[in-house]
Design a protein around this ligand. Structure first.
Ligand SMILES: NC(=O)c1ccc[n+]([C@@H]2O[C@H](COP(=O)([O-])OP(=O)(O)OC[C@H]3O[C@@H](n4cnc5c(N)ncnc54)[C@H](OP(=O)(O)O)[C@@H]3O)[C@@H](O)[C@H]2O)c1
Length: 230
């Protein structure tokens, strides 16, 4: 049985990815910083069938991430798929010159460094897999091609930097498949109710990369199962 860890899996896209991977026979670790929300989501997903375990993990906190990796090693011998999904958007439509250093740091701490530190902590467990995969949930907002259009600069820049993390990790870990994904604009707490995509649609490319995509596909940025420019 393959194992998958999804961060921020108590709601939104992460929860849907966890649900679909459990349905595909993965032992899914539902990563969440909030114990109650994480346990509840794991129990609900398990009711639909499949092996699902809650794992407490706050990706913005080094101690929590290290503790989660230790806890994981008690639950399973190896990790096959890591979905770095957890993310925040704390800036609104303020122009880049109006955003404080503090807000930038907070955003990058979670969206960029969070994914890197979770990958670092779980790399030894991933290395035990025959075909380790890491999926970084990024955003079209982080795309540099075509230029920026000004919305939520801290969030968008954190995702541009996350794409840099993806590219560097792919170069450093050639046995791994490591990619960034833009899920599209998805109806979640973050995306809002006017978003154009369902969580099922938003999860599709992530689940594909976690399961059916070729292992040789690495170091890319994808949307709708196709490569897109950085
Ligand atoms: N929705 C969209 O339109 C859209 C578009 C492009 C990219 N994305 C990306 O897709 C991913 C999922 O977004 P979503 O729309 O599903 O958002 P969401 O519904 O707001 O869910 C975000 C998840 O991340 C978790 N999280 C935030 N900070 C965390 C931390 N420090 N440690 C652990 N978990 C943390 C949240 O936990 P709590 O419940 O505890 O806050 C929640 O589970 C994000 O990376 C986002 O940037 C979304």
């Amino acid at each position: 049985m393959k194992t998958a860890l999804v961060t921020g899996a108590n709601k939104g896209i992460g929860r849907e990815v966890a649900r679909q991977l459990a349905g595909r026979g993965f032992h899914v670790l539902v990563g969440a910083r909030n114990r109650d929300a994480g346990r509840k989501a794991a129990a609900e997903i398990a009711k639909e069938g499949g092996k699902v375990t809650f794992l407490e993990i706050d990706i913005a906190d080094n101690g929590s991430v290290t503790a989660a990796a230790h806890e994981f090693a008690k639950i399973a011998d190896q990790l096959d798929v890591l979905v770095n999904n957890a993310g925040i958007i704390v800036d609104g439509d303020d122009a880049i010159l109006k955003i404080s250093d503090e807000l930038f740091r907070k955003t990058i701490e979670t969206n960029t460094l969070g994914a890197l530190r979770v990958t670092r902590a779980f790399a030894p467990l991933l290395a035990k897999s025959k075909a380790p995969r890491v999926i970084n949930v990024s955003s079209g907002g982080g795309q540099l091609t075509g230029g920026a259009d000004g919305w939520s600069p801290a969030y968008c820049i954190s995702k541009t930097a996350l794409n840099g993390v993806t590219s560097h990790l792919a170069a450093a870990l050639p046995k791994f498949a490591i990619n960034s994904v833009c899920p599209g604009w998805v109806r979640t707490d973050m995306g809002g109710r006017n978003a154009t995509r369902s969580v099922e649609e938003g999860a599709d490319t992530i689940v594909w990369l976690a399961s059916d995509a070729p292992q040789e596909l690495t170091g890319k940025f994808l949307r709708d199962r196709k490569e897109i420019p950085w």
